[in-house]
Design a protein around this ligand. Structure first.
Ligand code: URA
Length: 438
């Protein structure tokens, strides 16, 4: 197969809007992964896909071809069902820190390979690494052993999952071909499939601080990913959730860990707690622990209130080398030297708290990266004290900046004042979720 195939013909076929055969997709992906098809041809092909699209069959073939350019974990026999969740990325999204121990406390093991933050959206590994000693670079054997014995793992990618995706993503980043639903959907799903996930809850973020700016695009992405999962023999459900304003109050690594800990103790911001319970409920349904979401919400609620989810988080920290004293007494977590609470400059209803600006401000403070190898400061970030729709009195605390130095603090204050938009008329609160796609 493929001996008389030529990359240029596959590019031309897609450029002319034709459907690619499975063998053509496999030939192209394998050739690229093996370094036999040069970057300029892959870039041209990615641009053709961006303009002409792909049907579901092509996207599924692309996903599987990319997954199988590397090792594909088989977790059958390790756990009854390999359950995973994936967020498409957002601002203040510390959901995994709560949901993973929560679902595990409800009786379903969860092993998760997470990523780092890039750009304005944060990453779970960076958050967990603000706990001194916490180790995310587990080997595949360690990952499987901990999943089997503890039922709870949170690690980075121990193996180079779907190496073709890493190469393709790097090219897409510099050729204007990131915003293509076939390419985004296959990129996300090939890594989930390679990591061995058998049931996946996809948290597709929509809004100012997300990849998908509007509901229509988010819905297409969500439907595409759930269908790929089914065609690849996995179970999936997609939740479309709001990312116009930050989730919860904390944005910044140690600050988010503290907020997750408060939530695991039954407190924390109401929107974040509710978001976690809803995601957990869907994982419990998909994993077969309960029959419907209402029962999932009840079970999750119980295990948050009775302290079992918190105990799970503590165990997770301890087995992965983290010093539990820092999570038992979160005030010991890294703290920034310059902290300032800024009052509301006027009275009014909050019409917008722009998640993208808040995320970018956190990056300016040093909480995130603009390049893959940038160092981050775990202590810095912001606390947003109000939500869209709140009535805020002039002089009330509006946000708090945690900075490494006074200059960056002043810069952040200006950016965050600009992220808040006011109205004299009542404003509807934003929903947490827009749709569930099964
Ligand atoms: N996340 C991914 O892993 N890939 C994309 O293309 C976009 C988001």
């Amino acid at each position: 197969m493929g001996e008389d195939m030529r990359a240029v013909d596959i590019i031309i076929k897609k450029r002319d809007g034709q459907e690619l055969a499975q063998e053509e997709i496999e030939f192209f992906v394998r050739g690229f992964a093996a370094g036999e098809i040069p970057d300029y041809q892959v870039s041209a092909w990615a641009m053709a896909v961006l303009f002409k699209g792909m049907n579901l069959r092509e996207i599924t073939d692309l996903t599987l071809a990319m997954a199988y350019t590397g090792q594909v974990l088989d977790l059958t026999g390790v756990v009854p069902i390999a359950l995973d969740k994936h967020s498409t990325g957002g601002v203040g999204d510390k959901t995994t820190l709560v949901v993973e121990p929560l679902v595990s406390a409800c009786g379903l093991p969860v092993g998760k390979m997470s990523g780092r933050g890039l750009g304005f959206s944060g990453g779970t590994l960076d958050k967990m690494e603000s706990i001194p000693g916490f180790r995310t670079n587990l080997t595949t054997d360690e990952f499987i052993h901990q999943l089997r014995t503890v039922g709870l793992v949170l690690a980075g990618q121990s193996i180079d999952l779907a190496p073709a995706d890493g190469k393709l993503y790097a090219l897409r980043d510099v050729t204007g071909t990131v915003p293509s639903i076939p390419l985004i959907a296959s990129s996300i799903m090939c890594k989930k499939i390679a990591a061995g996930a058998q049931a996946i809850v996809l948290d597709v973020k929509m809004g100012l601080g997300a990849f998908m700016p509007d509901l229509k695009e988010a819905r297409i992405l969500a439907e595409t990913m759930t269908r790929i999962a089914h065609l690849a023999g996995r179970k999936a459900v997609a939740l479309i959730s709001d990312m116009n304003q930050p989730l919860g109050c904390a944005v910044g690594n140690a600050l988010e860990v503290k907020e997750a800990i408060e939530t695991l103790h039954g407190g924390g911001p109401a929107d974040f707690r509710e978001h976690c319970l809803f995601v957990a409920a869907h994982m419990l349904v998909l994993g077969g622990a309960v029959k419907d979401e209402a029962a999932g919400m009840t079970l999750a609620q119980e295990n948050l209130q009775n302290g079992k989810a918190w105990e799970g988080f503590r165990t997770l920290v301890s087995v992965q080398g983290g010093e539990v004293g820092f999570v038992d007494y979160p005030e010991r977590l890294p703290a920034a030297p310059c902290v300032k609470t800024v009052p509301a400059p006027r009275s009014g209803y909050l019409a917008e708290v722009n998640a993208r600006v808040v995320g970018e401000t956190a990056v300016t403070l040093g909480a995130g990266r603009t390049k893959k190898d940038d160092l981050i400061d775990p202590a810095v970030g912001v606390m947003i004290h109000h939500k869209v729709g709140d009535w805020v009195q002039a002089g009330e605390p509006l946000f708090t900046v945690h900075a490494g130095d006074p200059a960056r603090l002043d810069e952040a204050v200006l950016l965050l004042l600009g992220a808040h938009t006011w109205s004299d008329q009542p404003v509807e609160p934003l929903p947490l979720f827009y749709e569930v796609i099964r």
